[in-house]
Design a protein around this ligand. Structure first.
Ligand SMILES: [Zn+2]
Length: 482
């Protein structure tokens, strides 16, 4: 053993590119920052050397590079990975970069055409991007629902025929063969999908080692249609098919019973099931008013009424009259339904990942979560509220989402970490200053205190300012098998 180590050392010294830190030239060095890596537990002042889009040195000694970022007094963390962002447009990526996100993934709704989705963003993206094959869009396609994003016709309200089910399974399989990162599902939006159809969809995911990212069949507090009852359905589907389960936005599903839902996820994990979950740090949800979520019975189910709904175009609170008018018209509402205690419990819990559920920017008063989620956790919940420590928060937004996907997409083994060999997706922020600025009244505001953001080694945020005209984002995609 010792001999081979010496031999390797001699060979390395003799060859070009010595691994010794001192004389190496790097494309970029992040000097003297407080490097925090949730995988190794490293929390200390280091310099990070980057070459060819990868981290190639993490050193206690100074490093020389063609360019240097002085990170003295700043935290140097793996770039944040957002498992749940519907807004996959250039403007969304700008807001996300300012919030520290280096990989933005649309895994809940997803797409029915994986190739087309990736092709539309290849070479044009500020940050990394990825998608799931989605049961919702596949059902919209096969049942000829007018959609376009969430079902409003047959895909919401009619069971599938055996032929349609077979067609859906074939489309899901094709999506996986084309490198979909996961399977998306939103049973609440496809309410007529039978339990048998849901189990079939889990069976397909299991075959491709894909996690199923589910918006549960019910959100709410009224028996027998509680979030907990809905969680039972998919935990059983996961247990009996072997597919990994990821429950999206657990707070808007559980409302005041969120702690019970989290306890069920913890229990599933303790008993050996691959079940995970995520939350956003807000007391409101948001979705399309014309969707099945607002079919009759929504008030009792969610314990809310018209005034708790806010029209995203104008910010006005709804009445019985405007509810009917806007539901016919179609558009996004913000739903003030989540108790602060539920949001806080989920954000603070070490097993609950952070994901934004950000939306396309369709109005002046869209939900702020797509713009501020990650800075809000770091600034409000870590620094101001002391609801959790900084390393735990970083783990929930970097390492854990990477681990969620790496069984299906091994490329994620090199994301969510700062170590030699990792992708140079790095977020450098001021822990004393980082904060979300996006609010319900004024949601289109960049977060503050995120000072430098690197995507594959390329700075897209410098000194807190967006760098224009760069597209270093790459497809985050599972291997293509055909
Ligand atoms: Zn959802």
């Amino acid at each position: 053993m010792a001999l081979s180590v010496i031999l390797l050392f001699v060979l390395a010294k003799a060859g070009r590119g010595s691994p010794g830190a001192e004389n190496e030239s790097y494309d970029l060095v992040i000097a003297n920052g407080r490097v925090m890596d949730p995988e190794s537990g490293l929390d200390g002042v280091r310099s990070v050397g980057i070459r060819g889009g990868k981290v190639v040195a993490v050193s206690q000694e100074p490093l020389a590079g063609k360019a240097t970022i002085d990170a003295k007094g700043l935290v140097v963390a793996p770039g944040f990975i957002d498992l749940h962002e519907h807004g996959q447009e250039p403007r969304n990526y700008q807001f996300q970069a300012h919030d520290g996100v280096t990989t933005s993934l649309e895994l809940e709704v997803g797409t029915h055409d994986v190739d087309r989705w990736y092709a539309a963003r290849e070479g044009k993206a500020l940050i990394n991007f990825g998608v799931s094959i989605g049961h919702i869009p596949v059902r919209i396609k096969v049942l000829h629902d007018p959609g376009p994003w969430l079902p409003t016709g047959d895909a919401a309200h009619r069971p599938a025929t055996p032929e349609e089910l077979a067609e859906m399974i074939a489309m899901m399989e094709r999506g996986f063969r084309r490198g979909a990162l996961a399977e998306g599902m939103g049973v609440n939006y496809t309410a007529a999908a039978t339990h048998a159809e849901i189990v079939e969809m889990f069976r397909v995911a299991a075959k491709y080692h894909a996690s199923v990212h589910v918006h549960l069949r019910y959100a709410g507090i009224k028996e027998p249609t509680t979030g907990l009852a809905a969680l039972e359905e998919v935990v059983a589907a996961a247990a009996t098919t072997g597919a990994p389960l990821h429950v999206v936005h657990i707070t808007s599903m559980g409302l005041k019973y969120t702690p019970d839902l989290i306890a069920m996820v913890e229990g599933a994990q303790r008993h050996g099931l691959d079940v995970t979950t995520e939350c956003y740090p807000y007391t409101a949800g948001s979705t399309a008013l014309q969707s099945a979520i607002f079919d009759p019975g929504w008030q009792e189910a969610q314990g809310i009424t018209y005034k708790d709904l806010q029209w995203a175009e104008t910010g006005e609170r709804l009445t019985a009259e405007t509810f009917e008018k806007y539901r016919k018209q179609g558009g996004i509402v913000v739903i003030h339904s989540i108790p602060e205690e539920a949001a806080r419990t989920a954000v603070a819990n070490p097993i609950v990942m952070i994901a934004s559920d950000g939306l396309m920017i369709t109005g002046a008063k869209v939900h702020p979560r797509g713009q501020g989620t990650f800075s809000r956790v770091l600034g409000h919940y870590v620094r101001e509220e002391k609801a959790l420590d900084l390393m735990t928060a970083l783990r929930k937004m970097t390492l854990m989402p990477a681990q969620r996907l790496e069984k299906r997409a091994p490329a994620f083994q090199n994301k969510g970490r700062i170590r030699v060999g990792a992708d140079a997706d790095i977020t450098v922020f001021d822990a004393d200053r980082v904060i979300d600025k996006a609010t319900y009244d004024d949601p289109l505001q960049y977060s503050e205190g995120i000072q430098f953001v690197l995507v594959n080694g390329v700075p897209v945020v410098k000194d807190g300012q967006l760098v224009e005209g760069l597209f270093p984002g790459r497809a985050a995609r599972a291997p293509i098998s055909q």
